[in-house]
Design a protein around this ligand. Structure first.
Ligand SMILES: Cc1cc2nc3c(=O)[nH]c(=O)nc-3n(C[C@H](O)[C@H](O)[C@H](O)COP(=O)(O)OP(=O)(O)OC[C@H]3O[C@@H](n4cnc5c(N)ncnc54)[C@H](O)[C@@H]3O)c2cc1C
Length: 467
């Protein structure tokens, strides 16, 4: 092996990490098991194969967080973005790509780079002890033997094989004229203040209507290989619980006990939906116990029936998928090293981000951290005001953990403006038409701040020689 850094997995994240290493002048060995061994979703031997949709979502950087992430990655010399731009297809404001042309372009660039060695084959356990810098980017379908070795190192509960995602709502779209802040029995708990949940009350008629809509709503199907993977009783979809009886939810996640509605003193709600703060900024709130397989449009329709959530804007909708991912806020340090074995860094979906672009973005950051370390430089994490930094912060510390409730509270996340530190809303000039509201002004201000801060981070002077 000639590589100074070994990257395991040539998907979206591993390809980007390898490119960033090589472009920084650091030799890298990229280990990919395909085509010798396929995952349940991949079909080719190409690097950065897109396993499902061919879309990188919105390409609009001023008012869309994933569009902003595209722009930041372009500025950081991303291989994934360069190949996507070179193979884009007409798709309105979205960036859609010709998947074969895209993957072929990534593969050619990696194979042609003089500092990159390609090694085909599965890494079926922890990397050999003599590899002193490794990036693990093996994705949501990490091969079972490697996953088992990582699990043995991290502890059984810290590597999940299914995500159980409950919707996340922007705090400022919740009607606190109907809902109130209170923890059950006013319990403060560790780090709490006795009023840590937002409670949405339902009377009997509202509960019955909600239940009927939930049961009738359209569900998304499991993929064949997912159906064969058992998932825990502790993370049953809400609609599956509802099917078990009309009171199951009232005795489960919607139980109304220990709560008193200040707007209706003396009457106990028939059922309650609770939301718990999800990030340290307090901008995102998680619907407790509401993991679901309902189709996305149906989730918005049905969950807006809940009193107080009529105008809810969702930063993330629910889902349940086969997904291998770490409990990163606990296990990884600020530069994505495994605390238990710092020669291992992680990148991509396995760190708890969701989506092609986000996975590649974490590959980009990890590659830069590993390159800086090899070159004897100390690289600060990207500022949390940037899309790259906001995403990194979600993985390494921004998420507030509440792991005591059965399902692990850290779940994969797409990039969204709720992850960014707030900004004073600029004066709204008025005007009509699409994208002229205050909300869009705020997003534009966040995006401009992000790009200005990113440029400072990308400047060579941002790295300092390690002591
Ligand atoms: C079925 C499915 C559908 C999805 N659809 C979408 C979608 O439509 N849009 C979207 O944005 N995201 C989608 N995702 C999420 C998507 O997987 C990720 O966004 C993205 O591919 C993850 O990038 P990654 O680099 O972390 O992992 P991957 O792109 O999966 O790359 C991991 C690589 O590691 C290799 N590997 C695994 N184990 C080993 C090993 N032990 N040794 C060597 N190599 C190994 C694999 O062969 C693979 O090439 C989907 C995920 C799945 C599972």
């Amino acid at each position: 092996m000639t590589g100074e850094v070994h990257v395991i997995g040539g998907g979206l994240a591993g390809s980007e990490a390898t490119w960033q290493l090589a472009q920084a002048g650091v030799p890298a060995a990229l280990h990919e098991m395909r085509p010798l061994r396929q995952t349940e979703a991949h079909k080719t031997g190409s690097f950065a194969e897109l396993v499902c949709s061919n879309s990188f979502r919105s390409d609009e950087w001023e008012t869309n967080a994933v569009g902003l992430l595209h722009e930041e990655m372009r500025r950081a010399g991303s291989l994934i973005m360069a190949a996507a731009d070179a193979h884009k297809l007409p798709a309105g404001g979205a960036l859609a790509v010709d998947r074969d042309g895209f993957a072929a372009a990534v593969t050619e660039k990696l194979e042609a780079h003089p500092l990159i060695e390609i090694v085909r084959g599965e890494i079926d356990g922890l990397p050999p002890a003599e590899w002193d810098s490794v990036i693990v980017a093996t994705g949501p379908l990490t091969s079972p033997s490697l996953a088992a070795a990582i699990q043995a190192l991290t502890g059984e509960a810290e590597l999940a094989f299914f995500d159980a995602i409950a919707p996340i709502v922007y705090r400022d779209s919740i009607d606190t004229g109907v809902c109130w802040f209170q923890s059950r029995y006013d319990k403060a708990g560790p780090g709490g203040g006795g009023a840590d949940y937002i409670n949405c009350p339902l009377d009997k008629a509202q509960y019955d209507a909600f239940l009927a809509a939930l049961l009738a709503a359209e569900k998304a199907a499991f993929k064949e290989f997912e159906a064969a993977t058992p998932y825990f009783e502790g993370c049953l979809p809400i609609e599956v619980m509802a099917e078990r009886g009309s009171d199951t939810l009232r005795y489960g996640p919607m139980k109304p006990v220990g709560l008193s509605n200040p707007y209706k003193a003396g009457t106990r709600p028939y059922a309650v939906v609770q939301l718990r703060q999800d990030n340290s900024l307090g901008t995102l709130w998680n619907m407790v116990g509401f993991q679901t397989k309902l189709k996305h449009g149906e989730q918005v329709r049905v969950f807006r029936m809940i009193p107080g959530l009529e105008q809810a804007e969702f930063a993330r909708l629910g889902g349940l998928h086969r997904n291998t991912f770490l409990n990163s806020p606990k296990l990884l340090d600020a530069t994505l090293c495994l605390k238990a074995d710092p020669r291992l860094r992680f990148a991509g979906q396995i760190t708890g981000v969701e989506g092609y672009v986000e996975s590649a973005a974490i590959g980009l950051i990890t590659g830069r951290f590993a390159a800086a370390e090899c070159l004897g430089w100390k690289l600060k994490p990207p500022p949390p005001t940037t899309a790259l930094g906001a995403l990194l912060n979600h993985i390494t510390g921004g998420h507030l953990s509440a792991d005591s409730e059965g399902t692990r509270s850290f779940q994969p996340m797409n990039v969204n403006f709720g992850l960014f530190p707030p900004i004073a809303t600029p004066p709204h000039p008025g005007g009509k038409g699409p994208r002229s509201s205050k909300g869009f002004d705020r997003k534009r201000a966040l995006s401009r701040r992000a790009l200005a801060d990113l440029d400072v981070w990308l400047a060579p002077s941002a790295s300092v020689a390690a002591e």
